[in-house]
Design a protein around this ligand. Sequence first.
Ligand SMILES: [Zn+2]
Length: 264
Amino acid sequence: MASDIPTPEEITRVSEFLESQAVAARSPGGASAAGGGARQKQRAGITTIGRFFEAINNRDYATMRSLLGNRVKCYTYFGRDPVSPDAILRAMGGMLQTFPDWKEVADEIIPDPDGETFTVRQTGRGTQLAEYLGRQPDNRQIAANLVTVLKVRDGKIVEYRSTFPFRRPWDEEISAATDVEAVRAEQGGMAVPPEEWTRTLQELASGSVSPEDLESRKAQLATETPRCEALLASNMRRCLNRAVDGSQYCEIHQDPGASGSFGA
Ligand SMILES: [Zn+2]
C-alpha cells in the first residue's frame, strides 16, 4: 500500500476538523444563532458520513450496513427505485475487491440548512487489480475526485447521488432525460437466461403460445414487480430482470459476482 494513503486516524482527525468547520460555516452569528434542531441534525449527519468513510477504509461491512437506511436511493448506480443495503454492500465489495487498497477521504462536508442534505467532496485512491469496465489493471494507483450529495435521516444514509465518473460528456448517449444519472443507471439491460429466451422463441415458432398467453406474459413483464438489485459489471448499471420472490435479486444474480454482476 502506498504511503500517501491516509490512515484511519488521519481520516478521523480530518472528519472532526471538517465537522467543526462545516457547522461553523452554517451557523451565522455563532452556534447559538443556529436553529438547534437543524444544527444537531447537521452534526449527526456529518458524524454518520465520517463513520461510513471510516468503515469503508476498515472494510467494516457491519458498520457500513448499520449506517444505511432500510431502502437506499442510489441514483447514480441503481436509478430512482430504492435498493436494499445488501445491494449497496455487494457493490462496495466488488469495488474493494477490484481496488484492494482503496481508501476514501472526505475532503469537505457541507451540510445544507435542512439538516439532512450533505455535499461531500471526496477523494478515493487505490490500485486496480482486476478488470473493471473493460479496462485491464495496470498496477498503478489512481485518485478519483467525486462530489456527492447524500441525504441522512435518523443517522442513516438514505440517498446517494454523484456524477458518474466513468463517462466523458462526449461519450454520453443519454441527454434528454431530466435525470441523466438515474436514467443511465436504469438502462442496465435485460440479462434473461438464454435458455428462457430460447424456450419462448421455440414456443412462438411452434405456435404453442396462444395470443392470450402472450398477453399474459407481456402483462407480467409490465407489472411493478421489484427489479433485481444487482449491478452489471459491464456497465455499472442496474440489472433489469425481475427479482425472484423473496429475494432482492433475479434468478441469475443470486450470488455476488454471478454471471456478469458486479459485487463480492
Ligand atoms: Zn439480475
